[in-house]
Design a protein. Structure first.
Ligand code: ADP
Length: 319
């Protein structure tokens, strides 16, 4: 292959830069031209595409966000939109595309591949860790660390005032971030969309803990499980204990990627570049149980990942 392209799409995540950098440098090392598509599918449609050099990706490995920019692009959901994007690639001689993004972005990529035959390799770039067939996505480790850091701080003030503290975290329909940060942050309760919960029972348990002398209680709420503000109101009413809510929001998306995210993003970026150069298509590279796995793109987007039941049990046992 003579030329490939790389893009980031959907919600940004720490480590996207490291992944794109690895794609660019691997391609150049192999003597292949590499284009960067700015602002996701929107840039593909707007023809906002430029050739990248090794220097284009300097000073990036430590940065969160994505130097390519990202966007949400409704027009790409139409076949006409995808055709228009494809033509902007073909006219530059681009013969393969690496897409770094979440479930939605990979779905868009799978349609582009099916309709045009353009070879597509995906990398899972999302803090949500919700891509089927793998237990890691680029950025999830940094986000989980950010949340745990916040929980540590909230614990200090909750304890000082004998308060109940609810922490709402991201994850869309997935409870993975909540579960990981709940376990690592030592939360008393973790509310996730995958597991039914009963606020009344939880409140009874909290009251018992307080009666037994506990000074505070941390409840991590996945955004997909409900609004922490609403749940917090109910908890305060039912327990009569001073309750506060902290919605962490976009803090969770930013920051310098952890070593784990940098390393895995770099390894996956190299894999993706080598695969697309050698003519592979319709595959998403990820990590599962510590090893690189290649998941079929269509299977990845057509299946829904479930939450590891061992984590659910561990959170309950340790609380
Ligand atoms: P993420 O990739 O983080 O899941 P989104 O779901 O917002 O983020 O998807 C990012 C972009 O991918 C959308 O703005 C759209 O351009 C494209 N996309 C998402 N879902 C589809 C779909 N079903 N068909 C075609 N394109 C899609």
């Amino acid at each position: 292959k003579k030329a490939i392209a790389v893009m980031t799409s959907g919600g940004d995540s720490p480590g996207m830069n490291a992944a794109a950098r690895a794609v660019v440098r691997t391609a150049l090392y192999e003597g292949v031209k590499v284009y960067g598509i700015n602002n996701g599918y929107q840039g593909m449609l707007d023809d906002d595409i430029e050739e990248l050099t090794s220097r284009s990706v300097s000073d990036l490995i430590q940065r969160g966000g994505t130097f390519l920019g990202t966007a949400r692009c409704p027009e790409f959901k139409t076949p006409e939109g995808r055709r228009k994007g494809y033509e902007n690639l073909v006219k530059r001689g681009i013969e393969g595309l690496v897409i770094i993004g979440g479930d939605g972005s990979l779905t868009g990529g799978s349609l582009l591949s099916k309709e045009t035959g353009l070879p597509i390799v995906g990398l899972p770039g999302t803090i949500d860790n919700d891509v089927w067939g793998m237990d890691y996505t680029i950025g999830c480790d940094t986000a989980a660390n950010t949340i745990v850091d916040a929980i540590n701080k909230l614990r200090d003030t909750a304890s000082a005032h004998r308060r109940i503290m609810l922490v709402e975290v991201m994850g869309r329909n997935s409870g993975w971030l909540a579960m990981m940060s709940g376990i690592a942050g030592g939360a008393e309760f973790v509310l996730v969309p995958e597991v039914k919960f009963n606020i009344d029972t939880m409140c009874e348990e909290i009251k018992e803990m307080y009666d037994a002398g506990k000074r505070y209680s941390i409840i991590v709420v996945a955004e997909g499980a409900g609004s922490a503000i609403e749940i917090g109101k109910a908890v305060e009413e039912k327990t009569g204990i001073d309750t506060r809510v902290s919605v962490l929001g976009h803090i969770q998306r930013g920051g310098s990627p952890t070593v784990e995210d940098r390393m895995k993003a770099s390894m996956l970026g190299e894999k993706a570049a080598l695969a697309i150069i050698s003519g592979a298509s319709d595959v998403v590279f990820g990590f599962n149980e510590g090893k690189v796995v290649a998941v079929n793109l269509f299977e990845a987007v057509n299946n829904t990942k479930t939450l590891n039941p061992e984590l659910v049990r561990l959170a309950r046992v340790l609380a």
